[in-house]
Design a binder for this molecule. Structure first.
Ligand code: AMP
Length: 293
């Protein structure tokens, strides 16, 4: 297999240059062993140990760069992909940058439900998703397109209500707005171009995904170790939601064993209580860096 750098087979990956998704995306790329410098200063960043270069872009430009095949992959919120209607394929949900595109209106006003938007001015940075939502419900609105600080539009009397991204809802509340309905639930996704790719690029994408899947699975799992008497092993095995059969090793002390296994993180605390009751002691939990199954 030829793994030397060659621009015709190098993968190009688009990521957000600076914003909410940048740090987590950079951490993910570093976590799967991709080494690079100076991503803050350069728009194109070469990596040292994988045939990939990173393009640092505004996040609303990413779906179209991937659609046009300028980039093969992109890390971007589903909100941007859906707003642009780009012809790309989301291939992984990444679980960060979670938010929702919501309708909101002044708390003490007369807009209480989507139907009350009829005939109103709605400020948003998402004109396409907003128009589609209201059109599907036969509600006639006037879209006021604004690129930032949408939540102050009603106070400035630029609009009667808004459609904007919400995560905790704190910004809406601080601006006297109440959330009325959700157009879209969003999170960061890995998107792939639908343009035909060379066999070399396809192979690189497969290798990239193996690493990413291993990293994500590891982040959601923990390695646990415990000691128990041999007579407790069968009960303990029944409790552990293990990936495979746990490792059981004899200890220096007679009739005692060490049991090692990997479990889903969200099960750890409930399982730990049951394990103690079943006779496990000295339970240790460790993070896992990556898992290739
Ligand atoms: P930004 O860096 O503010 O342009 O946000 C980039 C992306 O972060 C958005 O396109 C969304 O996918 C995601 N995001 C998550 N929570 C929020 C939020 N409360 N407001 C705006 N964007 C959010």
């Amino acid at each position: 297999m030829n793994r030397t750098k060659d621009s015709s087979t190098s993968l190009r990956i688009a990521i957000q240059k600076s914003g909410r998704l940048t740090d987590k995306t950079i951490a993910l790329l570093e976590g799967i062993g991709i080494e690079f410098d100076n991503y803050k200063r350069n728009l194109i960043v070469k990596t040292r140990n994988f045939d990939v270069e990173l393009l640092l872009l505004r996040d609303d430009d990413i779906p179209e760069y991937v659609q046009d095949g300028v980039c093969d992959l992109g890390f971007v919120g589903a909100n941007e992909t859906q707003e642009t209607g780009a012809d790309v394929t989301p291939i992984r949900d990444l679980g960060y940058g979670k938010c929702r595109l919501s309708l909101a209106a002044p708390k003490n006003g007369d807009i209480k439900k989507p139907e009350d938007f009829d005939g109103k001015k709605v400020a948003t940075s998402y004109p396409n998703l907003t128009r589609t939502f209201f059109k599907e419900r036969d509600i006639d609105i006037q879209v006021i397109e604004i690129s930032g600080a949408v939540e102050i539009a009603p106070q400035l009397e630029v609009a009667d209500a808004i459609v904007d991204l919400v995560s905790s809802g704190g910004t809406l509340r601080a601006n006297g707005l109440v959330e009325l309905d959700t157009i879209l639930e969003s999170q960061t996704q890995l998107i792939r171009t639908n343009k035909e790719l060379s066999p070399g690029k396809k192979e690189l994408i497969d290798r990239f995904l193996v690493r990413m899947d291993g990293y994500q699975q590891a982040a959601q799992s923990r390695y646990i170790m415990m000691n128990a008497s041999t007579s407790a092993v069968e009960n303990i095995k029944r409790i552990i939601p293990s990936m495979k059969s746990p490792t059981v090793m004899p200890l220096a002390e007679d009739n005692m064993v060490a049991i090692h296994t990997v479990i889903p993180l969200q099960k750890f605390w409930t399982v730990m209580e049951e394990l103690k009751e079943a006779g496990a002691s000295d339970i240790v939990m460790l993070p896992i860096e990556s898992m290739i199954l």
